[in-house]
Design a protein around this ligand. Structure first.
Ligand SMILES: Cc1ncc(COP(=O)(O)O)c(C=O)c1O
Length: 375
C-alpha cells in the first residue's frame, strides 16, 4: 500500500457540499472582497485563539509582513529569528530593509530558547519573532521575559501552530501579534493562500494592521502611508469557516497518530532515530509535522527506502536560513549554529494527516523499522 505524505482529498470531501453551497451563495451575491465571510472568520479565529483581534490576510507571509510594518520596521533595525525555519520568517524582515538576526535552537524541540534569544539582543533589536515549529510552542515564558526586560515586542510565528497550547495559553496569546498560515498543508488549510494576523489586545495596533492591509487607506482613497494589498478573499474565508468546526477533531487525529508512532517506534535507539519530544508544560503539540531525527548520515537513505515502498516523507528544512544564498551578505558562516545545521541534516517528516488509517500508519512504521533491520 502506498502512503502519501499528505492527502487532502478526504478532508476536502468531508466539507465539499457545504463549501459548494457557500460558493453558490457567494456567486449569487457576487461580493468577493472583505465581505461577511472574512468578517465572520476574523471573529471566529479571534475567539478560537482567545485574543481580541484577528485580521484576514492573503497568506501567512503577509500576516507576518504586516505585523512588522505595524512596528515601523526600517533599515538598520534588527529582528531576532531562528535559523531553522521556513524562509518567510526571515524573508519578511529583509523585505522591509531590516536585518534578520539568526539564533540557534534547542535540539530537544527544534525551537529557539529564551537564553539564545536574550544573547542576540542588541540596541537595534526592534522585535523578536520566535517560531512554533511543526506544531509545538517555543519556550514562550522565557522568550517573553527576555523581551520584556528590554521592552522589545514579540511576534509569534504560529504559521504551523494554530491551536497549539502551553503554560495555560494558546498560540497567539503570548506575543503582541501573531501570524497564522492557512496554506493548504496547515492543520486549517484554505483552497489556496491565506493567513491571519492576530493582535492580542492593542486596539491602535489592530487599526494600523487593518489600514496597512489596504494600502494604508482610510477612508477610501485617502492613503496615510504606503501599505500593501494583503487581503484574504471571501472564497478562502468561506472555506476556512466551513472547516473550522472540524479543526479540533483534526488536531486530535494528528495527536492520536503521533501517539501511535511514539509507541510503535520507541524501540529505535537514539543512534538510529530520535522521536519528537513534547516539551511544553500542559502543552498541546498539534503535529502539523511529525519529524524524526535520523543520525549517522542515514536520513537520505531512510527517505529513499520509504520512497521505494511508496511511502511519502519530506525534509523540512534541508538548508538553514543563515546559509541561504540571499543572506550571504549578512556575514554568517557554516558551523555558526551547530544545532540548526545538525537538525537540517537529520530531520525527516513522515505522514501524520488526520485521515490516515491504522493500516497506513502500520505501513509507515513497518517501513521505518525494516530500514533499521527490525522485525
Ligand atoms: C514557519 C512558517 N512561517 C511562515 C510561513 C508562511 O506562510 P504562507 O506559506 O502562508 O505564506 C510558513 C508557511 O509555510 C511557515 O511554515
Amino acid at each position: 500500500m502506498s502512503v502519501p505524505m499528505l492527502d487532502l482529498a478526504p478532508q476536502n470531501a468531508s466539507v465539499k457540499q457545504k463549501i459548494l453551497e457557500g460558493i453558490g451563495g457567494l456567486i449569487d451575491r457576487s461580493s468577493f472582497i472583505l465581505g461577511d465571510n472574512v468578517k465572520g472568520l476574523e471573529a471566529e479565529i479571534a475567539a478560537y485563539a482567545g485574543v481580541k483581534f484577528a485580521v484576514g490576510m492573503s497568506s501567512g507571509t503577509d500576516a507576518q509582513l504586516v505585523a512588522l510594518m505595524a512596528l515601523d520596521l526600517k533599515a538598520g533595525d534588527e529582528v531576532i529569528v531562528p535559523s531553522f525555519t521556513f524562509f518567510a520568517t526571515a524573508g519578511v524582515v529583509a523585505r522591509l530593509g531590516a536585518t534578520p538576526v539568526f539564533v540557534d535552537l534547542d535540539p530537544a524541540t527544534f525551537n529557539t530558547s529564551g537564553t539564545l534569544v536574550e544573547a542576540a539582543i542588541t540596541g537595534r533589536t526592534k522585535a523578536i519573532m520566535p517560531v512554533h515549529l511543526f506544531g509545538q510552542l517555543a519556550d514562550m515564558p522565557a522568550i517573553c521575559e527576555a523581551a520584556a526586560q528590554f521592552g522589545i515586542p514579540v511576534i509569534e510565528d504560529a504559521c504551523q501552530s494554530m491551536g497549539a497550547r502551553g503554560w495555560g495559553l494558546n498560540a497567539g496569546q503570548f506575543g503582541a501579534m501573531t501570524a497564522f498560515s492557512c496554506y493548504p498543508t496547515k492543520n486549517l488549510g484554505a483552497f489556496g493562500d491565506a493567513g491571519l494576523t492576530i493582535i492580542r489586545d492593542d486596539e491602535a495596533l489592530h487599526a494600523r494592521v487593518r489600514r496597512l492591509r489596504v494600502h494604508g487607506m482610510e477612508p477610501v482613497y485617502v492613503h496615510h502611508e504606503v501599505g500593501m494589498n494583503g487581503r484574504m478573499d471571501e472564497v478562502q474565508a468561506l472555506v476556512l469557516r466551513a472547516k473550522l468546526d472540524l479543526l479540533e477533531g483534526w488536531h486530535a487525529g494528528r495527536r492520536k497518530h503521533a501517539a501511535w508512532y511514539l509507541e510503535r517506534l520507541k524501540e529505535l535507539t537514539p543512534d538510529e532515530a530520535r522521536l519528537p519530544v513534547e516539551a511544553v508544560p500542559n502543552g498541546r503539540h498539534i503535529y502539523n509535522q511529525f519529524t524524526l531525527r535520523v543520525g549517522g548520515g542515514k536520513r537520505d537513505a531512510l527517505q529513499a527506502h520509504l520512497k521505494s515502498l511508496g511511502i511519502g516523507s519530506a525534509i523540512y528544512y534541508p538548508i538553514c536560513l543563515h546559509e541561504q544564498p540571499c543572506f550571504a551578505g549578512l556575514g554568517y558562516s557554516k558551523g555558526q549554529f551547530p544545532e540548526s545545521e545538525k537538525a537540517a541534516a537529520e530531520v525527516l517528516s513522515i505522514p501524520v494527516f488526520p485521515e490516515m488509517t491504522e493500516a497506513m500508519l502500520e505501513e509507515v512504521v513497518t517501513g521505518i523499522l525494516g530500514f533499521f533491520g527490525r522485525k
